[in-house]
Design a protein around this ligand. Structure first.
Ligand SMILES: *Cc1c(COP(=O)(O)O)cnc(C)c1O
Length: 240
């Protein structure tokens, strides 16, 4: 079998397995698997791998690094209904390209960046879907707004005209115990619940949480977008 075919087979098997896992966990949780979107995290993977996943029906892809993403988007311009999510750290000097080239941003954690993204979102396309990244374990060196500062940030971001605030995202501290993993995700779900008490935030509908190693805990606690990289594409070839 040519190398490309083998890679394609792996991605097909992996995608099937992840879809099956999502279905099984959702069944156990009494949730509708249709409300859980699989975001294929393609950082460190070549454009050819994204194209293969696309041909297998995958439409949502997540990237962490702007330059790397732009190169792949260029190579994949013919895939007109592909949906690009930016999930990496945001630098304010890169907001123009990000606002132009992505459909979703999961990593907004300060007002200044949100404001710039809104100002730079072209009028010709729909408002940019945004999740606020929350530093859910309160780790000093980690990105994300603190739980304490979250309500104020949400109240500010919801007013920005070219952003569509959708919900919350987190990257918890790495844990292997399911109960420990669930605790962090439950904490994020609680934060979304309390924001939704306010009338202007009642329509927030997204919990972006869960990666290859904590998918189960995330779905059990209400994830609506799971961000899966290695379980779909295998080890990353570069993290430029
Ligand atoms: C890399 C990354 C993922 C995917 O991680 P895997 O362990 O490969 O599934 C998900 N979310 C974010 C924010 C990432 O940076």
């Amino acid at each position: 079998m040519p190398a490309d075919d083998k890679y394609m087979h792996n991605i097909a098997d992996n995608l099937n397995r992840v879809h099956r896992q999502i279905q099984q966990i959702a069944d156990r949780a009494g949730r509708d698997a249709g409300e859980i979107q699989l975001l294929a995290v393609s950082k460190g993977q070549p454009a050819a791998a994204i194209r293969m996943a696309y041909e297998l029906g995958q439409r949502h892809f997540g990237e962490n690094y702007l330059q790397e993403a732009l190169e792949k988007q260029q190579a994949l311009v013919d895939l007109t209904d592909i949906c690009w999510h930016f999930i990496g750290p945001l630098q304010s000097n890169k907001t123009r390209k990000i606002a132009e080239q992505f459909d979703w941003i999961h990593s907004v954690d300060r007002y200044r960046v949100a404001q710039r993204l809104s100002a730079r979102r072209p009028e010709t396309v729909a408002p940019l879907n945004v999740c606020l990244q929350v530093n859910i374990d309160d780790e000093p060196s980690k990105s994300g707004v603190t739980v304490e500062a979250l309500p104020t940030l949400a109240d500010e971001v919801i007013k920005l005209p070219r952003l569509n605030l959708r919900g919350l995202m987190c990257i918890p501290r790495s844990q292997t115990d399911l109960q420990q993993q669930r605790r962090a995700f439950a904490h994020l779900a609680t934060q979304l619940g309390s924001l939704r008490h306010s009338t202007q935030l009642a329509r927030l509908d997204t919990l972006s949480m869960g990666m290859s190693d904590d998918l189960e805990a995330a779905i059990l606690e209400g994830a609506t977008i799971v961000r899966i990289g290695t379980a779909i594409f295998g080890p990353r070839q570069s993290t430029a």
